[in-house]
Design a protein around this ligand. Structure first.
Ligand code: HEM
Length: 401
């Protein structure tokens, strides 16, 4: 159904397909084919997927840019406030990071104009697909119609910059990078329509996911004193060697091992994405059942993560599962980012954002939940009723006070 929404609302390509080789229980995704059509990884555009992967990998060098976006965001939306809606704000922050790093859209009116139609489009994507006036679905379609011309303008600007050779330096934004892919005859391999689809897909894929993870971590830290203290200790160690306001480096992130173990356990217990889809390309026999060729298979991350034959005491929040000395979970059983050829290409960016955001939050503020039992709905991403309302207190000696 999700794929159907994508197709109707956003012009995505065809469904995902999986090789039908028999798999061990812990390796349900081994060997994937790609999505047909025009998505990030369309069969025709495997090159684009490879490009995106490499490109996201290069982002490691841009920790400073992510850090700068976070520090600016905290100054604007957290400093001087008593109460904040964590999920709402972290979504905006994630959007800003994507705009800056991926699309080279600097802070200012252009970015601000992009956010409302983008948010409406996402809500439409997740709504019941009834295209009548005033339904969320139809608002989503209208929003996409507003968004596309803005992206077309961006593509035009980037193309002009390439022609005038203004785009120099190693960090090309994703649009420039996609525009630069050429075939053996030096002709562009992607049409503007394909680039638009790819850009919107990346925006969607990177928006609700990382923000959900950070929101859940903020909630956890408000309720689990021992995890909070251990993370705070680790983060303070990093701050000790820095001047006030000095940006984080990639090396700092690699020293946040405990924080990432907690984030990994959060991804296990509350994966932001709970389902992936594949289509069988040949008959498969699995668990005594035949899944015929052409069937769509739904894979559930949350069920795999709750399988007690893989994770002992699966409902217990236990970051030590990810310690080096603990045996790693078997391949394809810890799958918050999916698996196989279609694995999430944004893992490193997600990790970078999550660690940098947690660092700044923990070292600059303490917080308490204003409603300890604030409910959330999965639609399908978890959405807190009041955006996870917390009371915040600045920590003395940081710029937050
Ligand atoms: C905690 C954060 C994130 C989680 C949990 C997550 C999870 C996932 C999952 C489960 C998939 C489907 C993989 C599959 O079917 O095997 C996926 C796909 C994807 N993700 Fe992420 N993601 C995150 C962050 C990001 C970020 C920051 C970006 C980039 C801005 C991104 C870009 C993508 C793209 C482009 C795809 C589609 C790949 C394809 O179709 O081949 N993701 N993600």
């Amino acid at each position: 159904m999700g794929i159907l929404y994508y197709r109707i609302t956003y012009g995505f390509g065809e469904e995902v397909v999986a090789h039908g080789e028999k798999q061990a229980k812990s390796q349900p995704f081994k060997g994937h084919e790609s999505r047909q059509g025009r998505g990030v990884v369309s069969r025709r555009n495997n090159q684009a997927r490879a490009h995106l992967e490499n490109w996201l990998e290069v982002l490691k060098q841009y920790v400073t840019n992510v850090d700068e976006e976070i520090q600016y965001h905290l100054q604007m939306h957290w400093v001087g406030k008593h109460e904040v809606q964590v999920q709402t704000l972290i979504k905006t922050l994630t959007f800003n990071v994507i705009c800056s790093l991926l699309f080279g859209i600097e802070r200012g009116p252009k970015r601000e104009k992009l956010l409302p139609p983008f948010q409406d489009m996402i809500e439409g994507l997740l709504a019941i697909p009834i295209n009548l006036p005033f339904t969320q679905f139809s608002r989503g379609i209208v929003a996409r119609k507003k968004l596309v011309p803005m992206v077309i303008d961006l593509i035009r600007e980037k193309r002009e910059a390439i022609e005038e050779r203004k785009q120099t330096g190693p960090h090309k934004d994703l649009i420039t990078s996609l525009l630069s892919i050429r075939d053996e005859d030096n002709l562009p391999t992607m049409s503007d329509e394909e680039i638009i689809d790819n850009i919107i897909a990346v925006m969607i894929a990177g928006y609700d996911t990382t923000s959900v993870l950070v929101t859940f971590l903020v909630r956890l830290l408000a309720t689990d004193g021992s995890i909070y203290s251990a993370i705070a200790r680790e983060q303070e160690e990093i701050t000790k060697n820095k001047a006030l306001g000095e940006a984080l480096t990639w090396e700092d992130l690699t020293n946040m091992k405990y924080t990432w173990r907690v984030a990994s356990e959060m991804l296990r217990i509350s994966p932001p994405v709970i389902l992936s889809f594949r289509r069988t390309v040949q008959d498969i026999e699995y668990g005594g059942y035949i899944i015929p060729k052409g069937w769509q298979v739904m894979v559930s991350q949350s069920m795999t993560h709750m399988d007690n034959s893989i994770f002992e005491n699966p409902t217990m929040f236990n970051p030590t599962r990810f310690e080096k000395k603990t045996p790693s979970p078997p391949p394809y059983s810890f799958v918050p980012f999916g698996a196989g050829l279609r694995i999430c290409p944004g893992i490193e960016l997600a990790k970078m954002e999550t660690l940098a955001m947690m660092h700044h939050l923990v070292t600059k503020f303490t917080w308490v939940l204003l409603n300890k039992d604030e409910p959330f709905k999965r639609i399908p991403f978890p959405e807190f009723d009041k955006g996870l309302l917390v009371q915040i207190m600045p920590i003395k000696g940081t710029y937050a006070i």
